[in-house]
Design a protein around this ligand. Sequence first.
Ligand SMILES: Nc1ncnc2c1ncn2[C@@H]1O[C@H](COP(=O)(O)OP(=O)(O)OP(=O)(O)O)[C@@H](O)[C@H]1O
Ligand SMILES: [Mg+2]
Length: 239
Amino acid sequence: MEGQVLSLSVQGIYTAYDRADVLEDLSLEVLEGTITCLLGNNGSGKTTVIRSILGLTPPRTGRIVFEGADITHLPTHKIIRQGLASIPEGRKVFPGLTVEENLLLGGYQEDDKQVLLRRMRKVYRIFPLLEKRSSQLAGTMSGGEQAMVSIGRGLMGAPKLLIIDEPSLGLSPLLVKENFRIIQDIRQQNVTVFLVEQNVRQTLGISDYGYVLSKGGVVAEGDAKYLRDNKEVQAAYFG
Ligand SMILES: Nc1ncnc2c1ncn2[C@@H]1O[C@H](COP(=O)(O)OP(=O)(O)OP(=O)(O)O)[C@@H](O)[C@H]1O
Ligand SMILES: [Mg+2]
């Protein structure tokens, strides 16, 4: 693994929506410059991990440290200001706004127009199609194109860490492949990626390190290559 600088450290968190804990003593680390993935079946708690990190459903106990700062009890907008961006499940775009307006919303914390323009040019370099469609209403685009808009919007905040919740959900195999290629490209731009997925094979194919989540706890972890090639791990967790 390159570098060994911690981007994110989740330390023994317990998170509940009502009485019962959904996450129990969950810990994981994301090193800077890596793609780190969290794999798990439906309902295993993947989105709850993201909600905990973002302060949307803060953990009951435990600690979350981002870039060396304790963010456990910060409100969401302050957490985002530290350099964290998240692309939600279902890649929600603002359907009634154009591609460009969607992108600009992702940079709402930056006032400098020149900086925003520079970031937009960078997004257009990654997604040339979005530049061609910059004035199209996002709601009229295909699922794969909306995925580009949502990732582009995340990048407009110039995050140090980009968290993506199930990007392959509902996409055709071809678009899944394209999407994963794009996520790999993003890492080349010095953005650390925390990727939450159910698509085991392709996710491990682009990741450096992976965690397997089951019933709110980490049941396996290791280098992505190890998780991918180890027959026992495959049989035990990925059927
Ligand atoms: N807002 C909520 N209120 C109460 N319980 C919730 C809420 N959101 C999720 N849960 C429960 O928490 C557990 C974990 O859900 P979560 O959405 O984190 O799983 P997931 O791994 O993201 O699943 P999926 O693959 O379906 O997105 C589930 O039992 C779910 O019913
Ligand atoms: Mg989820």
